[in-house]
Design a protein around this ligand. Structure first.
Ligand SMILES: [Zn+2]
Length: 265
């Protein structure tokens, strides 16, 4: 294995965070398995290396894990120790009108249907990666509400914040964070006008609360392509973009993914 250069940046990360795995190898895609799932890797011509991401959900137990790497199909696997740290993402308190929180029967039914629709999208990813290189911001705005924080809504604890809220005046153009297929276009009770992009290899990005959507399901979008305009649709206290990433079903901080992928091109 002395001929293979593998780097994991960082090799210790927190719940809801992600790490970049790169390796130089001449022959074929290396096989990586992380927390029971295969991690497809993408070849980066410029840097001449294979790249993939491993992440921990907000609820992944802190501790020591092993990343399994098969450099070639017939070689013995290598097991690389990875530490997932406990991470406190803070708390946010929100006050919302009662009817947006205590849902009537019909609204609850609607919300359950919408949750199952989105779940279905996550369960049927494009196998081969469509993404390449670095991940980019959908818009430049500052963070108005961080990823992963505990949501206390009208004094009740709810699901933690699954994305990051970026400041955006209504009507700001939203750009695809990477190349992918539009997997969902919908208007949902909580997330409003919503887009989900399937980047292949188990990575999805989400853009919520839009005022306008300019793509259709099944459309292939390139990195940086305009996909819609920000707004305040759904359950919000003001206009912003909710930007989320799922990596193999795990909720990870989108800004961490952007940060660690900077070295790719
Ligand atoms: Zn949000």
């Amino acid at each position: 294995l002395s001929t293979v250069d593998i780097t994991i940046t960082p090799s210790t990360f927190g719940q809801g965070e992600v790490s970049l795995v790169t390796l130089k190898q001449a022959t074929g895609e290396p096989q990586m398995i992380w927390l029971g799932k295969r991690i497809p890797m993408v070849y980066n011509k410029k840097n001449e290396l294979w790249a993939g991401f491993i992440g921990a959900d907000l609820t992944t137990d802190p501790g020591r894990y092993k990343l399994q790497v098969n450099y070639t199909s017939n070689a013995e696997p290598d097991f690389i120790p990875i530490t997932v740290r406990s991470k406190d993402h803070g708390i946010r308190r929100i006050t919302l009108p009662k009817e947006m929180v205590e849902l009537d029967r019909d609204t609850l039914q609607r919300v359950l249907r919408e949750i199952s629709t989105v779940k279905q999208v996550f369960m049927t990813p494009s196998e081969d990666p469509l993404w390449w290189g670095r991940w980019t911001r959908p818009l430049p705005g500052t963070i108005v509400s961080p990823f992963g924080c505990k949501n206390i809504i009208n004094d009740m604890e709810r699901s933690p914040h699954s994305g990051v809220d970026l400041k955006a005046a209504a009507g700001t153009p939203i750009k695809a964070t990477n190349r992918g297929l539009v997997a969902l276009v919908a208007e949902h009770f909580f997330s409003g006008k919503s887009i989900v992009i399937d980047h292949g290899g188990g990575i999805f990005s989400m853009y919520f609360h839009l005022s306008h959507i300019s793509v259709r399901v099944g459309e292939l979008v390139e990195k940086g392509d305009p996909i819609g305009l920000s707004g305040s649709s759904g359950r919000v206290t003001g206009p912003h973009l909710h930007f989320g990433i799922r990596l193999n079903g795990r909720r990870i901080n989108p800004l961490t993914l952007i940060e660690i992928s900077k070295t790719l091109e």
